[in-house]
Design a protein around this ligand. Structure first.
Ligand SMILES: [Zn+2]
Length: 363
């Protein structure tokens, strides 16, 4: 087969005219789209939810596979936490502490702990995770730039929302973001490197959430039996997987992060590498994995115009979630809320549901 290769003169003309990209890009895009479709279509998840199978046995086997894929250490709690807490600020309504802990040797996770003044300890705790925003200061409403303020305007000051609702809010910085971003290294670059070194970025971030619960357990004012985790986008993704493998999380609030893989992580254009897990789709789809959270609580928040998680596909996927929670005997422990907008959090819709879930814990 002969392939036409442009002569040096032809290349020169194309480059000077700015036309080389126009010639090559459409061909490359078409080829990528075809490849993605073929790969996805020929992949059959081997451990999908099956209403006929033994639910508890399926959960155990799927969770064990997911733990392997996340590449978590055999004993995630095996290293000293080296927890540090220092008062940073206070208002009439709440106190703010700067905290840090060591999830594993060589890693320090900084965070903010907000405690409400109008409640008595021990407080229920909401772990608050930002996505691809400038960092955890967004969670506590501390805008440094106009971009930060736009992010907050999209309902992302979730630690402030949680403390106003009577929760202790533990906002931690996720690896690769904000104070934990390495100089000059974008999330995608850090994610590819960590993946090649043995653990996907999502595994790193899930490990941090597990150790954050170890931190909570060590604080007498915090109630480790009432812990939730929430976040938008990449914060929702980590909240989801953390709840799949961490039984101490009683609630996951997964905002604009739940969607069948074929229409999110496996769709065009490719997403940030931080959310890719080796082999996950050959094991299960995201709606199947949600069954690992039962009988605990899962609140999925979607946006009707979220271009990263098409709402019709989110609704389709939620049918499987409902069936799995029904098989677990807790059909009302999984909820889906659809906000009237795009890829953001919807506090006005979500908090009444969270409130009612947490009230159920206290009775
Ligand atoms: Zn990323």
């Amino acid at each position: 087969m002969s392939v036409h290769r442009p002569s040096r003169r032809e290349f020169g003309k194309l480059t000077v005219a700015g036309g080389l990209a126009a010639v090559l890009a459409p061909a490359r895009a078409a080829s990528n789209a075809a490849t993605v479709t073929t790969i996805v279509e020929r992949t059959v998840p081997a451990m999908r939810f099956d209403s006929e199978a033994d639910f508890a046995e399926w959960q155990d086997q799927l969770r064990a596979r997911l733990l392997e894929i996340l590449a978590l250490p055999e004993d995630p709690h095996g290293h000293p936490l080296n927890a540090h807490i220092e008062r940073d600020d206070e208002t009439e309504q709440y106190t703010v502490d700067r905290i840090s802990f060591t999830p594993e040797p060589g890693e320090v996770a900084p965070g903010y702990l907000l405690l409400p003044k109008d409640r008595q300890p021990p407080y229920p705790v909401m772990i608050c995770l930002q996505g691809h925003s400038p960092g955890m200061h967004i969670s506590v409403g501390r805008a440094k730039t106009e971009r930060d303020q736009r992010s907050i305007d999209g309902g992302r000051d979730i630690a402030l929302q949680a403390v106003a609702e009577g929760w202790a809010a533990l906002a931690i910085e996720q690896r690769g973001f904000g104070e934990r971003a390495e100089e000059g290294l974008a999330c995608r670059d850090a994610s590819l490197r960590t993946l090649h070194c043995g653990r996907p970025m999502t595994g790193n971030r899930v490990l941090d959430v597990m150790r954050a619960i170890d931190f909570i357990e060590a604080q007498p004012g915090l109630d480790a039996s009432r812990v939730g985790c929430m976040g938008n986008s990449a914060g929702g993704t980590v909240s989801f997987y953390a709840a799949c493998v961490e039984p101490r999380l009683r609630l996951a609030v997964v905002s604009c992060a739940f969607c069948p893989f074929a229409h999110s992580w496996l769709a065009d254009p490719p997403r940030c590498p931080c959310g890719y897990l080796p082999g996950i789709y050959s094991v299960a789809d995201m709606p199947d994995l949600a069954g690992l959270i039962a009988p605990r609580h899962l609140l999925i928040v979607a946006g009707k115009d979220d271009h990263l998680a098409p709402v019709d596909k989110v609704r389709e996927g939620f049918e499987t979630v409902k069936a799995a929670f029904e098989a677990a005997g807790v059909p009302d422990h999984a909820s889906l809320l659809v906000g009237d907008g795009g890829h953001q959090f919807y506090p006005e819709a979500a908090w009444p549901v969270i409130r009612s879930i947490a009230e159920g814990w206290e009775t």
